[in-house]
Ligand binder design. Structure first.
Ligand SMILES: Nc1ncnc2c1ncn2[C@@H]1O[C@H](COP(=O)(O)OP(=O)(O)OP(=O)(O)O)[C@@H](O)[C@H]1O
Ligand SMILES: [Mg+2]
Length: 345
């Protein structure tokens, strides 16, 4: 142990290269972690630390020790297999070096939140306006263009967004597995189902899960450290877990129907909205309806985009074909969805 015990940072590693790498980053932000080079010293220091950086060389040993929950734990190293194997048991986020050096700087400088990935919530101004379809379309498109993305379904009455992507039989965890999640969690990427590279956290269909706030905040915290973009479909239930999603969103879309009742409902939705100011997107309806200008006037917000009506989406949803994948034309709904994604990210 090279530093006084009151340092809030504890580094646990016996790998000289890893120690040098971390201490160099720490020195740059004038921080001096306590270094524990074996697991028993680490255990003695554990309770006094606010943040523990566990080197991947000692991860297995520490995971076997049932250390108290308390400090925020980050697993640091350059061996991808070890990092992914020990993240969950240690309830640690992963900092892969050298790529994650900037993020490590953030952790040591105390600006951890600044390194968290954006969360986009897609809110329907009225029922059935196409919010889930848009959330899935944005997430699918982001994943296809190479952004590491997860789509989070937080609507207990939506039937499971995995159906919309044809992934209802894809194995992996749904929300029911996270009912008791709390605090800091490890990297969830290995346990979540994927569709063509898009991570998916869906409601199950066996029971109506009562999403509580604590698991939602624990799970989103983890997803924000592992993926580059989180897209949420909170649904219109106003249950605690859905509200927590809306509160944590760093940007939001309010999808308002271009219809008289749709505008009235969107106004009501806005009055209960407590998150970041949303971008207003007008969903055009086939046949009758009001113009996007009327929607903007009524809600006293500029319209950031217009989503056209596309009957092909209905059949695609029934087949489990991800929204936007098989739209033949590079215009219409798919184009609007792509433009919106650019505006949001
Ligand atoms: N732009 C669109 N054009 C035509 N049909 C659409 C469009 N967007 C969605 N739909 C269809 O409308 C129906 C409802 O869509 P979706 O489930 O996405 O709405 P929602 O707003 O999430 O509904 P809920 O209020 O139940 O959550 C589905 O059949 C879907 O395929
Ligand atoms: Mg929905």
């Amino acid at each position: 142990v090279s530093q006084p015990p009151e340092s809030e940072f504890l580094l646990v590693s016996a790998d000289p290269r890893l120690i040098d790498e971390v201490l160099a980053v720490a020195a740059a932000v004038a921080v001096q972690p306590v270094v524990a080079t074996d697991a028993s010293v680490a255990a003695a220091r554990w309770g006094g630390a606010r943040t523990v950086l566990v080197g991947d060389d000692l991860a297995a040993e520490l995971a076997a020790m049932s250390l108290p929950i308390g400090p925020t734990v980050h697993l640091v190293g350059s061996d991808p297999a070890r990092l992914s194997a020990w993240s969950m048991p240690l309830r640690a986020s992963v900092v892969e070096l050298p790529a994650g050096a900037a993020w490590l700087t953030g952790i040591l400088a105390g600006g951890e939140d600044a390194g968290l990935s954006p969360v986009v919530a897609v809110v329907g101004g009225s029922g059935g306006v196409g919010a889930s379809t848009l959330a899935a379309g944005l997430a699918y498109r982001a994943a296809r263009r190479g952004t590491s993305t997860v789509l989070v379904d937080a609507d207990p009455f939506g039937g499971g967004i995995d159906l919309l992507l044809g992934a209802e039989r894809t194995s992996g965890w749904r929300w029911d597995r996270f009912a008791r999640a709390e605090g800091q969690m490890g990297d969830l990427r290995p346990v979540l189902p994927t569709v063509e590279g898009l991570g998916l956290l869906s409601m199950g269909r066996r029971t109506v899960a009562q999403l509580a706030r604590e698991p939602v905040s624990a799970v989103l915290g983890s997803l924000r450290r592992s993926y580059d973009l989180i897209v949420i479909d909170p649904g219109r239930s106003q249950l605690p877990g859905s509200l927590e999603c809306c509160r944590l969103a760093t940007s939001a879309v309010l999808l308002a129907s271009c219809s008289v009742r749709g505008v009235a409902a969107a106004q009501q939705t806005l009055t209960t909205w407590t998150g970041v100011r949303p971008l207003l997107v007008a969903r055009r309806r086939a046949g009758t309806g009001v113009g996007a200008d009327v929607v903007a006037d009524a809600l006293q917000m500029p319209v950031a985009g217009v989503l056209p009506d596309d009957p092909e989406l209905v059949g695609a949803a029934e087949r489990g074909d991800p929204p936007g994948r098989s739209l033949r034309r590079r215009r219409g709904w798919g184009r609007s969805c792509a433009t919106l994604l650019e505006a949001l990210t």
